[in-house]
Ligand binder design. Structure first.
Ligand SMILES: O=C(O)C1=C[C@@H](OP(=O)(O)O)[C@@H](O)[C@H](O)C1
Ligand SMILES: C=C(OP(=O)(O)O)C(=O)O
Length: 435
């Protein structure tokens, strides 16, 4: 298989660091800019494989996208009905966000298209977006069991629906709202558990009349999007690896600059602070309409807690690294209500439990969570199962392990954090390619 890392043990993390742009915001910025009227400039675009896949999809549909420098895109919008039929399947790579949002955005077009993905994405459930989109009048076929590839037949007429979401998923909510742009009447999405609201905020920034509050979003069809410039905040989920590493390694003090702190993303801050972490917010500001701040993280000893279920959706991508924090905490950390972790790039409950057990940590897995019993990490070998967040979480674990850890199959880190290794080494982590 591909690349392995050798990581740890590490020394104190010191200094300041920048973190790449937010993945969720970068996907949405390209999507909305591509169907807006006029040219939009995106600053801080994440140069990851997932977000580049989204840009490539729109190029295939005739949208001109210039990349004058790293992290910058100029998207020449084709207008709400200006996309061209693609001449080949649209490849979403590893990105669930791309496939699910594109299903919504494309099911109201006049042309047919196919959405395909890599081996991991091809195992992820799409029924959750197909069902509401079918109710809106879309015509979408999936492989057996509702898996990719998706075949979307264009030319139908969509109508708005009032949809009560069955899973806490910003991707499902966003798919329905994006379909609603080309539907007749009003589209409403209701959520029992509010999820990240970037689609709603960005639709408003592009001039679409949308009303939203935590748990509800409502928009009418039949308007147009006006090009606008987007400044992408730094990705909290990428910062999370360094927040946990600096908390765990004695002697650390690290400043993470300009981190996006959308309240639907920062569940990990609440949970780590409840475990005893020392994380200060400095220089609060706003970037691209999102709250940002510098985070100063100092080493602190952690104790296990019961993670409140109310925080789960607000930290859904942070569980791999939270499990590492829990492994190094005193006592037991209990996670429940997190069954969604089983349908990410890997089954993150199973892959984290197996990896931590292999390093000497007691983990009792349940259907929707795990009890992690804090202990001492020994070195060894872990599989990342091709999951970027699992790979980076074990790189953090290695900083606290007695011996070094070999982490297998880490190439997928490039989907969300291409230069993780370089940035990590610059602040004192020990991580690099295995010989
Ligand atoms: O909308 C988004 O950008 C995302 C939503 C979440 O997925 P779900 O909607 O499946 O919870 C998250 O795990 C993913 O990394 C990005
Ligand atoms: C789940 C993730 O992304 P996606 O659903 O876009 O593949 C993630 O980045 O952790």
């Amino acid at each position: 298989m591909g690349l392995d890392w050798i990581a740890g043990p590490g020394a104190a993390l010191r200094g300041e660091m920048d973190i790449p742009g937010d993945k969720s915001v970068s996907h949405r910025a390209v999507m909305l800019a591509a169907i807006a009227d006029g040219a939009s400039r995106i600053d801080g675009f994440l140069e990851g494989e997932d977000t580049r896949a989204t840009a490539a999809v729109f190029k295939r549909m005739g949208v001109r996208i210039d990349a004058p420098s790293d992290g910058v895109r100029i998207v020449h919008g084709a207008g709400i009905d200006g996309l061209r039929a693609p001449d080949a399947p649209l490849d979403c790579g590893n990105a669930g966000t791309a496939m699910r949002l594109l299903a919504g955005l494309l099911c109201g077009q006049d042309f047919d298209c196919d959405l395909v993905g890599d081996a991991s994405l091809s195992k992820r459930p799409m029924r959750r977006v197909i069902d509401p989109l079918l109710r809106m009048g879309a015509r979408i076929e999936a492989a057996d069991g509702g898996l990719p590839p998706l075949r979307i037949r264009g030319g139908g007429k969509l109508r708005g629906i009032d949809y009560a979401a069955e899973v806490a998923s910003a991707q499902v909510k966003s798919a329905v709202l994006l379909a609603g742009l080309r539907a007749s009447g009003e589209t409403v999405v209701r959520e029992a558990q509010p999820t990240r609201d970037y689609s709603e905020r960005m639709l408003a920034a592009f001039g679409w009349p949308i009303e939203f509050a935590p748990g509800i979003a409502r928009l009418p069809g039949g308007h147009r999007l006006r090009a606008t410039d987007i400044a992408v905040p730094a990705d909290f989920s990428s910062a999370a690896f360094f927040i946990v590493a600096a908390t765990l390694v004695p002697g650390s003090e690290l400043l993470l600059k300009n981190i996006g702190l959308n309240p639907r993303r920062t569940g990990l801050l609440h949970v780590l602070r409840a475990m005893g972490a020392d994380i200060a917010e400095e220089k609060r500001g706003v970037r691209g309409g999102e709250p940002v701040a510098d985070l100063r993280v100092r080493h602190a000893r952690l104790r296990g807690i019961d993670v409140p279920v109310a925080h789960v959706a607000d930290m859904i991508d942070e569980f791999p690294v939270l499990f590492v924090a829990a492994a190094c905490a005193q006592g037991t950390t209990r996670v429940r209500g997190a069954a969604e972790l089983r349908v990410k790039e890997s089954d993150r409950l199973a892959t984290m439990a197996a990896g931590l057990r292999g390093l000497g940590i007691g983990v009792d897995e349940t259907a929707d969570g795990a009890d992690v019993h804090g202990g001492t990490l020994r070195g060894g070998y872990v599989e990342s199962h091709g999951d970027h967040r699992v790979a980076m979480a074990f790189a953090v674990a290695a900083q606290m392990s007695r011996e070094r850890i070999r982490i297998a199959d880490v190439a997928n880190v490039a989907t969300s954090f291409p230069d993780f290794g370089e940035r990590a080494n610059a602040v004192g982590l020990q991580v690099g390619p295995a010989a």
